[in-house]
Design a protein around this ligand. Structure first.
Ligand code: FES
Length: 178
């Protein structure tokens, strides 16, 4: 996805909702007790650092789980907590937000804004009864392909341990895209 505005992000999440009515049947498999749980993680990556880091991981052929669906945003400070809640509501099991390291933000302070929002959201999730571990915030530079891969591995395993997200999902019997 190209660098996104707020409405683009919401439209993307809606288009990629995991409700079975929105997904061609050949792309879904039922989430049953017999089927292994493969977490789906929406990753908001800032255009200038983390997206480039993810790109580097791909170019370098570094292996990481195919659990992330990437949304490229201009800056991590562009990610509204509403976008994170919306992703969880639309069926994501976890959300990853990653931006430039402190001091490297293309817009100077966007990543600091994101970090403050994340701290507040962390407590809000707890208040809602949603495991805060479902949402991860991190820094990845354009030169850190291996760090990005490790971040995805770590986030995937953490969300896998928490199990499927159902608290906010529109359709608790939702199917997942494989
Ligand atoms: Fe990357 Fe702001 S431009 S976090």
């Amino acid at each position: 996805m190209d660098s996104a505005s707020g409405s683009d992000i919401i439209a993307f999440l809606r288009r990629n909702r995991m409700a079975e009515s929105d997904i061609p049947s050949e792309q879904v498999r039922p989430r049953t007790a017999a089927a292994p749980f493969d977490p789906r993680i929406v990753a908001f990556l800032c255009n200038w650092c983390s997206y480039a880091g993810a790109d580097l991981a791909g170019i370098s052929r570094i292996q990481y789980p195919p659990s992330v669906r990437v949304i490229r945003v201009p800056c991590s400070g562009r990610v509204d907590p509403f976008h994170i809640l919306k992703a969880l509501q639309e069926g994501a099991d976890g959300v990853l937000v990653s931006g430039c390291h402190p001091g490297d933000c293309h817009y100077l302070t966007g990543n600091y804004v994101a970090r403050r929002r994340f701290a507040v959201l962390h407590d809000l999730l707890d208040f809602f009864g949603i495991e805060p571990g479902r949402v991860t915030f991190s820094w990845v530079s354009a030169a850190e392909g291996e760090r990005f891969a490790e971040l995805v591995r770590h986030t995937t395993e953490r969300v896998r341990a928490l199990g499927p997200m159902s608290r906010l999902a529109r359709n608790a019997t939702a199917r997942v895209v494989q």
